[in-house]
Design a protein around this ligand. Structure first.
Ligand code: CO
Ligand code: CO
Ligand code: CO
Length: 308
């Protein structure tokens, strides 16, 4: 076992030979958007992301499905659309969904169990970055806030479209650039939010983030200010408060944004300073929106400082 349950990593990594290691992960959740096809695509992109976050390539996947039998509100045609969204996203990732399992469940749920491959010396863990490494984030944050507002009917067209596009985007291209340039550590941003997943990268180092450098979905800050905050994002912020120093002037809305629980968020890389320009230009050439949002610092307590 190269990566097991002891570290809070994205997936398990198991060595098969000197040349090959297996990556294994499973993720599923309840609908984040009304459109069943989009939900399927987002859930699949999210599940595949944990393989990319380990520096690996997915090779096959299995469906994990909960769906109510004989319901008028959610007809079986809706399930077919969820599965079509997942299958097409998997195909975009270059793999097939080769089976799966469905249970009768009042609340629909969908996701994938994904198997991937990586060279046993080339996988990325969360911890592995050193003081001075730059932190590079792909995808804007704020999907928890925007999807909460969508459910309440208060999100604007632009916010909704941007959030759905971001969530359904594979982290494949981002991971390919990361492998080509060479990064030191990586994780993906999901339920614990940007600061929560950043915390998982702090093994004997601290971090400094510049709020103004963090890409945020259009409309997310306004919707958060109007109260569209998921319960999970509030809980994230509370559990992080004792390790985060926010500079004065960073208000509660911005603090909640940085802790906002994401669905199918981007990759967060720790990269040597000298490779940062190559990473950012490679991501830009690959059409991946990305930003250098801060750096790892010499701070053994694993604290996070947030500057304006
Ligand atoms: Co993950
Ligand atoms: Co996961
Ligand atoms: Co990881």
């Amino acid at each position: 076992m190269l990566v097991g349950p002891k570290t809070a990593d994205d997936a398990a990594v198991y060595r098969i030979s000197d040349e090959l290691a297996l990556i294994q992960t499973v993720d599923f959740f309840t609908p984040v958007v009304d459109d069943p096809y989009q939900f399927g695509a987002i859930a699949a992109a999210n599940s595949l992301s944990d393989v990319y976050a380990m520096g690996g390539r997915p090779v096959l996947a299995l469906n994990v499905v909960g769906f109510p039998r004989g319901s008028d509100v959610t007809p079986m045609s809706m399930l077919a659309e969820i599965l079509r969204g997942g299958a097409e996203k998997a195909r975009e990732a270059g793999i097939d969904i080769v089976g799966g399992h469905t249970v009768d469940d009042q609340e629909p749920k969908y996701g994938l169990c994904v198997t991937g491959f990586v060279h046993p010396k080339a996988y990325w863990t969360n911890i592995g970055g050193a003081a001075g490494d730059r932190l590079v984030l792909t995808k804007p944050i704020g999907t928890g806030i925007v999807t909460t507002a969508m459910k309440a009917g208060t999100a604007g067209e632009d916010a909704m479209r941007s959030a759905v596009t971001a969530m359904a985007t594979l982290n494949r291209a981002a991971a390919e650039v990361g492998r080509k340039v060479g990064v030191r550590a990586c994780t993906d941003i999901t339920g614990f939010g940007l600061l929560g997943h950043l915390r998982e990268m702090l093994g004997g180092v601290g971090a400094r983030i510049r709020l103004s450098a963090v890409p945020i979905l259009p409309g997310a800050r306004e919707l958060a200010a109007k109260g569209a905050i998921p319960g999970g994002s509030r809980r994230n912020k509370e559990s992080l408060d004792r390790i985060v120093n926010y500079h004065d002037g960073i208000d509660e809305v911005d603090r909640l944004l940085l802790c906002d629980a994401q669905t199918s968020g981007g990759l967060l890389f720790a990269v040597e300073p000298g490779r940062t320009t190559d990473l950012l230009s490679g991501l830009s050439e690959a059409g991946v929106p990305a930003a250098a949002i801060g750096e790892l610092v010499a701070e053994p307590e694993g604290r996070i400082e947030v500057a304006p």
